[in-house]
Design a protein around this ligand. Structure first.
Ligand code: ADP
Ligand code: MG
Length: 341
């Protein structure tokens, strides 16, 4: 929707920056330029859809480099598709902009477009409005019927596994907020996350449950536990998990920070990691190393799913410290509307 006086520049803006962004796909019957995009969904495939909004001042610092923002707003959606084992196909983009700043738009579109190309994603539509900076991306992926990996399939005895390293983005954000120098590695982990799309696809038929770690491992693994309990008609506290903190995959920087502070909240609760957490039947453990080599992506077993008889903690999650002591995290991840529950 456009106000009449804004429509020409809005049209030009869309035409210049967003009309042909990302991959050219044969299944796009009509992309940007009509009232709706028209897309061909192949028979026997299900459409996987996810939407995320990034708001300046809440999800990113207002001065964040626009190229990185273009990358990140698509990467967080691709990470959701990865977490279901869906193959990315299309995206739509709703932008609210304080001004039509050409340089900002050019860099943003390039960051978005480069990642879209890399994953074969076509930008097929969107909306452009005037207001405080906010970016909403909806991604659409395809998955063979019945083969999506849900949060609800974890079973007692399954291994809990994660990709990559945890806590890097949280450490980078902590540094930026404190005005400390943040090195290129950590900064990239915060501003240009890698969506684990190929891993998600490779885990179809192997992982019993999966989620992407956007709110922190403790909160997101908690969602797997809740969904897996209710999926089997059990009370929420009847399935738990035990994690071995010593086995968490950490970059040297995060390891140093924990050694200094003895605070495990970075890998457990800081969020913005966009790694995958998945559960694997124990007899599939051997596949982990081969998959990790093939995909050139660290994959680490960090614990296991428990049933209540094995002493699942009330919150569902027990962590064993390096000295073997049990420790229940109080971190709950980020909540935009914290309430009494
Ligand atoms: P309408 O008024 O019919 O909703 P718009 O004027 O909002 O249409 O948009 C015109 C076309 O441009 C549509 O195809 C829409 O999907 C597309 N579009 C608008 N903003 C964006 C954007 N930021 N990125 C990609 N496509 C966009
Ligand atoms: Mg219309």
């Amino acid at each position: 929707m456009a106000t009449p006086e804004a429509s020409l520049s809005e049209f030009t803006l869309i035409h210049t920056h967003f009309a042909r962004l990302g991959s050219v796909r044969g299944d796009v019957i009509r992309g940007v330029g009509d009232d709706c995009a028209l897309l061909r969904v192949p028979p026997e495939q299900e459409l996987a859809i996810s939407i995320d909004t990034l708001v300046a001042g809440i999800h990113f610092l207002a001065e964040t480099d626009p190229h990185g923002l273009g990358h990140k707003c698509l990467a967080v959606g691709l990470s959701d598709l990865a977490a279901m084992g869906a193959a990315p196909a299309w995206a739509t983009l709703a932008l609210t902009l304080p001004a039509a700043d050409e340089a900002w738009l050019g860099a943003f579109a390039e960051g978005f477009g480069t990642l879209a190309q890399a994953h074969g994603v076509a930008l097929v539509g969107g909306d452009t409005t005037h207001g405080p900076l906010s970016i909403t991306v909806q991604v659409h992926g395809l998955v063979p019927a019945g083969r999506a990996i849900r949060r609800s399939g974890a079973r007692p005895g399954d291994l809990v596994c994660v990709s990559g390293t945890l806590g890097d983005a949280g450490l980078a954000l902590r540094g930026l907020l404190a005005g400390d120098p943040v090195n290129g590695y950590l900064r990239a982990r915060l501003e240009r996350p890698t969506a684990r799309v190929t891993l998600g696809l490779a885990l179809r038929g192997l992982a019993t449950a999966m989620i992407d770690i956007s709110d922190g491992l403790a909160a997101d693994l908690g969602h797997i536990l809740e969904e897996s309990a209710s999926g089997r008609g059990l009370e929420a506290d009847q399935i738990g998990a035990e994690l071995r903190l010593a086995d968490l995959p950490l970059s040297p920087q995060v390891r140093d920070a924990i050694t200094r502070t003895q605070d495990w909240s970075l890998p457990l609760a800081a969020g913005d990691d966009y790694e995958l957490c998945f559960t694997l039947p124990p007899d599939q453990r051997d596949k982990l190393a081969a998959l990790s080599r093939r995909l050139d992506c660290p994959l680490t077993a960090i614990g296991r799913i428990l049933d209540k008889t094995e002493g699942a903690a009330p919150m569902g999650l027990t962590c064993r410290g390096p000295d073997g002591t049990s420790w229940t995290p109080k971190y709950a991840g980020f909540n935009h509307f914290p309430g009494p529950d």
